[in-house]
Write a protein that binds this ligand. Structure first.
Ligand SMILES: [Mg+2]
Length: 194
C-alpha cells in the first residue's frame, strides 16, 4: 500500500495506561480485572494526552488483553461496557474519539470455551497490531505504542514498530520503564512525530 494513503497511529494499551484498573479493583478477588463500567476512571492526564496526540494527526488505536473472559471472570458484554464507558469519558473530558479498539479475550489456560486457546491476538503476539494496521491503513513504521507491561511493547515490536517508538510506562512498576505515564509518553511522541 502506498505510504501516502496510510497514517501513523499510537497503539495504546487500555488497562492502567488509559484507565485505572489496579486502583479500583485492589480489594477484589482478582485485582486488575475491571468489568464494572461504573468503576471506570481515566488515569490522570490521559484525556488531555490523547487529545494532543489526536490533534497532531495521529490515529488512536487501543489494543487490550482481556484474558479474564477466558478465565471466566467476566464476559464479552462486560468488556464492551467498560470500553464504552472509557469512550464516553474520553469524549466528555477531551472531545476525543478513538479510531479503533481491539481486544483479545483469549487465554490458553482459561476455562471458558471458545476463548481458552492460544491466539495470535494475545500479546506479545502481534495479531491486534497487524489487524488494526490492515483495517485502518496504518503505517507501522511511523507509528508509536504505549503500555504499562513489557508484553505491550513486545507485541508492538513484533508487529513491526521500532522499539524506540514504544514507551513502557512506570505505572505498574515494571522496570526499566521508558517514562512515567501517558502524558509523559505523549510529550515524547509529539517531539518525534514532527
Ligand atoms: Mg495494561
Amino acid at each position: 500500500m502506498l505510504a501516502r494513503f496510510m497514517r501513523a497511529a499510537v497503539f495504546l494499551d487500555r488497562d492502567d495506561t488509559i484507565i485505572d484498573t489496579q486502583g479500583v479493583t485492589a480489594d477484589s478477588s482478582r485485582p486488575g480485572d475491571l468489568w464494572r463500567p461504573e468503576l471506570v476512571r481515566l488515569m490522570p492526564g490521559a484525556a488531555g494526552a490523547l487529545r494532543a496526540l489526536r490533534e497532531a494527526g495521529l490515529a488512536l488505536v487501543v489494543f487490550t488483553s482481556q484474558g479474564g473472559v477466558a478465565r471466566g471472570g467476566y464476559g464479552l458484554p462486560e468488556v464492551e461496557a467498560v470500553n464504552d464507558r472509557m469512550r464516553d469519558l474520553l469524549l466528555e473530558h477531551s472531545g476525543v474519539r478513538l479510531d479503533g479498539l481491539y481486544y483479545c479475550p483469549y487465554h490458553p489456560t482459561g476455562s471458558v470455551a471458545p476463548f481458552n486457546i492460544e491466539h495470535d491476538w494475545r500479546k506479545p503476539a502481534p495479531g491486534m497490531i497487524r489487524t488494526a494496521s490492515r483495517e485502518l491503513r496504518i503505517d507501522v513504521s511511523a507509528s508509536f505504542a504505549v503500555g504499562d507491561k513489557p508484553r505491550d511493547v513486545e507485541a508492538a515490536v513484533n508487529g513491526g514498530l521500532a522499539r524506540d517508538r514504544c514507551f513502557l510506562l512506570a505505572t505498574s512498576g515494571e522496570s526499566p520503564a521508558d517514562c512515567a505515564d501517558l502524558p509523559a509518553a505523549a510529550r515524547l511522541i509529539l517531539g518525534r512525530a514532527r
